[in-house]
Design a protein. Structure first.
Length: 91
């Protein structure tokens, strides 16, 4: 994985295409990661579907860890049902 400043996209895009043949690229802005570039290959739709699934799994894992930190992972079934009912009433 190689970290490249966003200005490289404008000034030297051919360099990025060469790097993508061998590794992933993290595009940075002011030193902070903003995007990830990967080689697309021939089956772009399948790759995008896999990326979407991975992002969803990542989001679920973050929620699970947050729940454990806050103590909400220890709620009883009744407490969970009460929270769901409350949220539905607020809609």
């Amino acid at each position: 994985m190689k970290f490249i400043p966003s200005r490289e996209l404008r000034s030297n895009p051919s360099k990025l295409w060469k790097i993508l043949d061998d590794e992933e690229i993290v595009i940075t802005s002011k030193g902070k990661p903003k995007a990830i570039m990967i080689k697309a290959g021939d089956d772009v739709e399948a790759l995008l579907k896999l990326i979407d699934q991975s992002l969803a799994q990542f989001a679920v894992e973050k929620m699970r860890l947050s729940s454990m930190k806050s103590g909400k992972s220890k709620l009883s079934d009744k407490e969970i049902e009460d929270e769901i009912s409350k949220a539905r009433r607020e809609l």
